[in-house]
Design a protein around this ligand. Structure first.
Ligand code: F0G
Length: 350
């Protein structure tokens, strides 16, 4: 028996799987839900939980949806898969395609993909193409290429992706015994907030939960089309994962916000980086900058208005995805002779 029950097995009653669907798995899902005591103290909220999606096999939540999308592509006889990506979708598609024996091509915005993600796509043997343009350009091109039928598109416009990703909401309900009062989540292409809302709705209907949460989504201020109510032609943020100006699941995000009585607001890059460092230094949890947007947003909401008693923040990706960002924030590393006194002096806090 595998260490973890494969996601497709565990939630088969809630997923579009048939006896013909291959039982593909790299050990995705069943990620830790970790208490955040420092955030609880700071915000005055009784329970703050972190859903650590960086613990998935390729280090992001994408694996939940990708395992279903690739398994269905196999079932349907596909030979190749294709996606546009800010990095994590590419890493996940490349890994599951490698496992499934399918060819994989990924289309990335040149110069705006974090190093760890790029190294994964290359290591897993994907054909990597960088376009001079944004993620939105890459997605438009990939959608057009996929219409020829040469490759199956595995972006979150593929409904199997949303189906797989909704399982994170099931896990949260199982662990807490109900849905939380609030869910805080970063928003980029808006597939994940759409998937969580679907998951919480199905969890309530299946009596896994009594309520649904208020959905609070956060975009980076320089890439906040849903907040602004218009497409952003040239999105900019240090949180490269959510550097998106025209989200494919825009309507799904708006529906999640409105049906849940939640919000979608913007957080600045400074607020994102502050939350990123706080999580690492005060909670011992290293996530990537886009993920920290959820916590930056929670801190902001907690300063105004009524506070909930219980919140879950979704930490969508592992901090090691973007090593350049962590290192750029570090003071210069001391390099000394290999001698006791020199090392002791260098360690001593001034
Ligand atoms: N957090 C991380 C770490 C991501 O990689 C993404 C999206 C998001 C949040 C936002 O999720 O798009 O469903 O709203 N990354 C995509 C990619 C776009 O290509 O890897 P979303």
């Amino acid at each position: 028996m595998p260490h973890r029950t494969p996601l497709i097995e565990r939630y088969r009653a809630h997923l579009p799987v048939t006896p013909q669907t291959p039982r593909l798995s790299l050990g995705e899902g069943d990620t830790p839900l970790v208490r955040a005591p420092a955030l609880e103290r700071e915000t005055g909220i009784a329970e703050v939980w972190l859903k650590v999606e960086g613990a998935n096999p390729t280090g992001s939540f994408k694996d939940r949806g990708m395992v279903v999308a690739i398994a269905k592509a196999m079932e349907e006889g596909a030979q190749a898969v294709l996606c546009a990506s800010t990095g994590n979708t590419a890493a996940s598609a490349a890994a599951y395609a490698a496992r499934a024996g399918l060819r994989c091509a990924v289309v990335l915005p040149a110069g705006h993909v974090a190093l760890g993600k790029l190294s994964q796509a290359i290591a897993f043997g994907a054909r990597v193409v960088a376009v001079r343009g944004s993620f939105d350009d890459a997605l438009a091109l990939s959608r057009e290429l996929a219409t020829s039928g040469e490759a199956t598109l595995v972006n979150s416009v593929n409904p199997y992706r949303i189906e797989g990703q909704k399982t994170a909401a099931f896990e949260i309900c199982e662990t807490l015994g109900d849905a939380p009062e609030w869910l805080c989540i970063p928003v980029g292409n808006a597939g994940n907030i759409t998937a969580y809302w679907k998951g919480f709705t199905e969890a309530r209907d299946a009596k896994m939960a009594k309520r649904r949460p208020q959905m609070h989504g956060f975009q980076a201020a320089g890439a906040a089309p849903i907040v602004n109510g218009e497409v952003v032609a040239d999105p900019q943020t240090i949180a490269t994962a959510i550097r998106i100006g025209n989200p494919a699941s825009w309507n799904g995000a708006v529906r999640a916000r409105d049906e849940s009585g939640g919000s979608i607001t913007a957080v600045t890059d400074d607020e994102i980086l502050d939350a990123y460092q706080f999580l690492a230094r005060c909670e011992g949890v290293f996530c990537e900058p886009a993920s920290a947007a959820a916590v930056a947003g929670l801190r902001k909401l907690a300063r105004v208005g009524t506070k909930p008693r219980q919140v879950v923040c979704v930490l969508t990706g592992n901090g090691m995805k973007d090593p350049d960002r962590a290192i750029a924030l570090a003071p210069k590393i001391a390099e000394v002779d290999a001698q006791l006194d020199a090392v002791r002096d260098a360690i001593r806090v001034p």
